[in-house]
Design a protein around this ligand. Structure first.
Ligand code: URA
Length: 229
């Protein structure tokens, strides 16, 4: 990854400020001063700003393969929560970066870094969420066009942002949306007269669900995954 992109992702500096601090020789990578914003760093590079390491140690970034029947909540007196599935110290500090319905499966990201969570979930950043959808009825080929233009969801009566639908076969499609409205995918299909039968989140931004994770399993994100947000 480029040095300037990495620094922008772990600080509050604008791209312009990042380039300025690099050119002013304030940045070192693995102990050497680097003045080139395009310098390539690896996952293991230690990047310092004026001698201080940039990634604050202690923050946790995790991906979980959520099974159906588990709630995206930090606490629930009746049902198993995504937090219950993690065997970690201080689980109460973790925030869920974008919730899924109880019957939805797939990628859930968790962190105790509030700023990172904000960049994933604030409507301002329009982070793309990718879902695999199966439906009860045949998907009308016109659906892709309708979703592309945005579709009015009731009761808000507000058009969705343009979404990308790739129809895989009569009852399956991949949908990319950049919002996170309540039951959004189910309501979008309901607005076309169809019904979602299964919903699985494959990716959030550039972070893809690790295919080696079984439902219920989790792992820490890599530096590259964390810095992609
Ligand atoms: N849209 C839905 O309808 N449900 C989810 O769980 C996620 C997106």
């Amino acid at each position: 990854m480029r040095l300037d992109k990495y620094i922008a992702s772990v600080t509050d500096l604008s791209r312009k400020q990042v380039r300025a601090v690099i050119r002013a020789q304030h940045i070192s990578v693995d102990g050497s001063i680097i003045g080139n914003p395009a310098h390539h760093i690896s996952e293991r590079s230690e990047v310092c700003l004026s001698g201080e390491m940039l990634r604050k140690p202690g923050f946790r970034y995790l991906m979980l393969h959520k099974p159906a029947g588990v709630v995206c909540a930090t606490r629930d007196s009746h049902q198993t929560t995504v937090i219950d599935l993690l065997e970690l110290e201080r689980p109460e500090n973790l925030q869920i970066a974008g919730r899924l319905d109880i019957d939805t499966t797939g990628l859930v990201l968790l962190t105790d870094d509030g700023q990172w969570n904000h960049r994933l979930t604030s409507p301002r950043y329009q982070c793309t969420k990718t879902y695999l959808v199966t439906t009860a009825d045949t998907i009308d080929p016109a659906t892709a066009d309708r979703f592309g233009r945005g579709i009015v969801l009731l009761p808000e009566n507000k058009r969705t942002r343009p979404a990308e639908l790739q129809i895989l076969d009569s009852h399956r499609a991949v949908l990319k949306i950049t919002e996170g409205r309540y039951h959004q995918v189910k309501r979008m299909f309901a607005a076309t007269g169809n019904r979602v039968v299964t919903l699985h989140r494959r990716a959030v931004g550039k972070i893809e669900l690790d295919p080696s994770l079984e439902p219920g399993d989790s792992r820490p994100l890599t530096e590259t995954e964390t810095a992609s947000v």
